[in-house]
Design a protein around this ligand. Structure first.
Ligand code: TXA
Ligand code: MG
Length: 318
């Protein structure tokens, strides 16, 4: 099993030896390797069982370093970076040749972000290369929001997990690209559209596509538990009578059902709290002796939009 600890020097040693280390961020844990080293990048894809057409995010800790990896930072990208980095925002920018094509799956843009976690920022500042890091889960499964989650699934495959506690935000970064200069959301995430529009005005929204995954968790089925997973409008979930069922609810318990298999994302109806709990509760329910999981949508505003996006993909059949 992986060693779990807070030793930045040890993490650095493994990374310098071209090995992989799981790192904490404010969104979810990442499976990190040297983004400039094809061998390390290849082993990220292999370890996650991730198809090579699904590109990776490159993590760094300063705009100065970023300038070595991208050709330019358009003005609106710069405004967003200034406002929200370090934070749950990923920008798609034209890449320089130093970034291997393997990282971007052959695209001419690279996804970049400065994550907001003290341990990972300290690690990045101690390294002379950036870190490519997808979420540290097997491809298609629920993203990890604690060191224990990472260890459960990838512990056999990696030497070290840098333990930064539970991820504060709990849902992946919002990905923004620029289509004819217009900021466009490629993946809803931990930074709400409302906050982004306050800085750069109206943004576009990429239609999700499973047939043309030029982007993210653009693949339709994703973030999925192993158990059959069904999604309903809020307060419309039926009480299942025929088999043990887990319930993932927003703010109120189902009255007619045993509370043991129910999880409330936020009893006080707070969407940030709901995002923070989402993946951990999905995992908990998936691990219960239930035959299926029922979930309900949350209010479709602020982080609720990203939560609903993840619920839809968890429920998608393919
Ligand atoms: O919060 C996060 O973003 C976490 C933490 C670890 O930083 N990372 C994460 O990585 O969620 P991952 O690999 O699970 O999702 C990144 C998504 C991928 O689905 C990929 O398709 C998209 O970013 N992506 C990467 N490069 C892209 C590009 N050049 N154009 C469009 N989409 C891109
Ligand atoms: Mg992922």
């Amino acid at each position: 099993m992986a060693i779990i600890g807070k030793d930045i020097n040890l993490a650095k040693e493994f990374l310098q030896k071209r090995q992989l280390v799981a790192i904490p961020t404010e969104t979810v844990y990442g499976l990190a390797g040297n983004a400039l080293d094809e061998k390390a990048v290849l082993s990220i894809f292999e370890t996650k069982n991730r198809p090579s057409f699904d590109p990776l995010i490159v993590h760094t800790d300063s705009l100065e370093k970023l300038a070595q990896y991208v050709q330019e930072i358009p003005e609106k990208a710069f405004l967003l970076a200034k406002e929200f980095w370090p934070g749950p925002l990923t920008l798609l920018l034209p890449k320089k040749d130093i970034i291997p094509d393997l990282v971007t799956s052959g695209l001419d843009t690279v996804a970049v972000r400065i994550p907001d976690h003290p341990l990972t920022l300290a690690l990045l500042s101690a390294l002379d290369f950036p870190l490519a890091a997808p979420s540290a889960n097997p491809f298609g499964y629920i993203s990890p929001t604690s060191a224990a989650h990472v260890n459960q699934q990838l512990g056999e495959k990696i030497p070290y997990i840098l333990d930064g506690g539970a991820c504060g935000i709990g849902i992946e970064s919002t990905i923004i690209g620029f289509v004819d200069g217009v900021p466009t959301i490629y993946r809803l995430g931990g930074l709400a559209i409302e906050a982004i529009e306050n800085v750069v005005g109206t943004v576009g929204l990429m239609p999700h596509s499973s047939s043309n995954p030029q982007a993210p968790g653009m693949l339709k089925s994703h973030y999925a538990p192993r158990k059959p997973f069904f999604l309903q409008e809020r307060n419309m979930i039926p009480a299942a009578s025929d088999q043990a069922t887990g319930y993932l609810l927003f703010d109120r318990f189902m009255e007619s059902v045993d509370q043991k298999y129910q999880r409330l994302l936020s009893p006080r109806g707070d969407l940030q709290e709901a995002a923070h709990n989402l993946f951990a509760y999905l995992r908990e329910l998936d691990a219960q002796p239930v035959g299926q999981i029922f979930a309900e949508f949350v209010p479709d505003v602020d982080l609720g939009r990203a939560i609903n996006d993840r619920l839809k993909r968890a429920a998608a059949a393919d």
